[in-house]
Design a protein around this ligand. Structure first.
Ligand code: FAD
Length: 214
């Protein structure tokens, strides 16, 4: 094993839909900052992938929110695990974290499972002024939205969310506070398009942080 790597037990798998689930791991002793990710794989399997931490520091477990993809080498295997099975965990990694002074407004823009780091931030800092803008296909993908203090779904396929359209359509048509920090997480298409829009709206590049999943 390399430094930082450990074998951990699965506590449970919480199914959110036919495609998405939360994997809970016995890994509460690993210090991390909300926004960071781990590298994770089935123990004994050579394939490892990165996953943002969904739970918040202080929880008696560590959780990740995973969307199964095609072909889904790792995301599908992890879903089939049961309580007591072993996973390989590495980390934590990354700098997609909040500024030290959190007395600021934060606009979090996510697509799909890119909401995971914002769930961790939301739970860790109850006083943080955090608005989550979540790009999904339909409202059924607004997983555990009741956990967030300020949440707005942008549904692209069905007209059943808070806003009908992509997160970039929402950003285009609405003002963004020039003093806010903006965090973008998910697929690169959204991140590039949102970044350009935010620059047009006068948000300084040093106020924008990005985490590209694929
Ligand atoms: C820093 C970082 C953090 C990440 N955090 C998460 C997370 O919290 N939750 C999560 O579900 N994934 C996350 N990912 C993506 C994850 O690492 C894997 O790429 C994903 O699970 C697919 O791996 P796989 O082996 O199942 O699929 P593979 O067999 O490797 O196939 C990959 C295919 O899935 C697509 N893809 C990759 N990620 C996604 C995704 N999230 N949604 C839709 N399509 C995708 C790719 O474009 C490609 O077509 C993160 C990636 C990075 C770089």
């Amino acid at each position: 094993m390399v430094e930082g790597e450990s074998v951990r037990r699965v506590l449970c798998v919480r199914n959110l839909s036919s495609k998405a689930y939360v994997l809970r791991i016995d890994c509460a002793d690993m210090p991390f900052e909300p926004g960071q990710h781990i590298a994770l794989g089935v123990y004994g399997d050579p394939d490892i992938r990165e996953y943002s931490i969904y739970s918040s520091p202080g929880a008696p477990y560590l959780e990740v929110l995973i969307t199964e993809t095609d072909p889904g080498m790792v995301s599908r295997k992890l879903r089939r695990l049961s309580s007591g099975d072993c996973v390989l965990v590495n980390g934590p990694y990354g700098f997609f974290t909040l500024p030290e002074n959190r007395d600021c407004r934060v606009l979090a823009v996510a697509t799909g499972s890119g909401i995971a780091p914002f769930h961790s931030m939301n739970g860790a800092y109850p006083d943080l002024d955090l608005l989550v803008l979540h790009g999904i296909r339909e409202e059924a993908e607004a997983y555990e939205r009741e956990d967030y203090r300020q949440y707005l779904s942008c549904t692209s396929r069905a007209d059943d969310g808070d806003f009908h359209g992509r997160v970039t359509d929402y950003l285009q048509g609405n003002e963004v506070d020039a003093d806010a920090y903006v965090y973008l997480c998910g697929n690169c298409e959204m991140i590039y398009a949102a970044y350009d829009l935010l620059q047009e709206k006068g948000i300084a590049p040093e106020k924008i942080k990005t985490e590209v999943y694929f």
